[in-house]
Design a protein around this ligand. Sequence first.
Ligand code: ZN
Length: 409
Amino acid sequence: MNNFHCKSCGSRNGALILDLGVQPLANNLLFESNLSDGGEPKHPLRLAVCLDCRLMQLPEIIPPTKLFSEYIYFSSFSDAMLQHAKSATDEYIKDFDLGKECQVVEVASNDGYMLQYFVRSGIPALGIEPAVNIAEEARKKGVETVSEFFTLNLADRLATEKGQADLILGNNVFAHVPDTNDFVAAIAALLKKQGRVVLEFPWGHEMIRNLEFDTIYHEHVFYFNLTPLMPLFARHGLEIIKVQKLPIHGGSLRVFASHAGQFAVDPSVKVTLEQEADEGVKTADYYTDFAESVLMLKDELVKLLADLKSNGSSIAAYGASAKGSTLLNFCGVGLETLDFVADRSTYKQGRYTPGRHLPIVSPEDLLEKQPDYALLLTWNFADEILKQQEEFRKRGGKFIIPLPKARVV
Ligand SMILES: [Zn+2]
């Protein structure tokens, strides 16, 4: 691949895995007044892999300031996310013996969905959230929040002004930050000698195995396996000491790290590295098989929707998510097939999806219009949504779950 430059190890040796075409920003929902503007900006969306450290990444980067100025994903809108945050908080307080004298920092703390539980337990917590409107929501919950990007510069300043942290958390942010060396260096700078860091991110391996190509969008710069993380952390004096596999977001990794040599390394690290090696992380087939299967899945899904449509069925979509944007734009499915997309977020209702410009309506509208099928774009919350939309199904509506193989439920 020409012009490849690994954002972790600096290698020029990279291979293209999958080309998803030229796509709009997946979270850039439009207002009706934008629709006649002549279209939103679009950028190439391609997945590549570094052939030296095996880090999967997007070769083309959009500046984060463009992506996050009005980031519309409020974590608290999902019951499953809140439950996940609450139980993780309880676990960390107990396992790490956290108390009033400790300092917890969360990077990309969103609306305080997680730190609120530390605050309620009397543990000092500081959020870092660059989106100004979302940081304000966190402050309303009593969570002190700095509205800046997490960089080495900021970490040095916080370490001086507020002291280093006993625990640094980062849920679904690590894979978003293009300067990954600066991010890991910032963690090292802000972490106490005996402190711990816990990062959660979608596991690249699950994306590959379950054909979750729709997790690829411009905000997700990296698709992390554990294998390429080992040299990245070591470069900054950190060490991965434990790994947990989580079902959230279609399969995530929770990685625990510390300054090197501070804690014993749990066997889960070796086990996960061996699993990745067995599955072929270092072979070309691992990546080319994924790409071929994704192209087949796309053809099958497009055919299923076309067949239903030609039989006279009405079809809508559910979940105006970023992954939905990738899926619809990659598959080229829009208003000719889908009447609208329903979403629970009042923030999204009344807007239009990027690229395909489907109108976003409320779940009540889904019931009122009662299409025959609803394509579930937020399949990662399938259990929760199927329960919420029981009435739609009782009245004869069916959901189409697109991945890893299109099926009707
Ligand atoms: Zn590399």
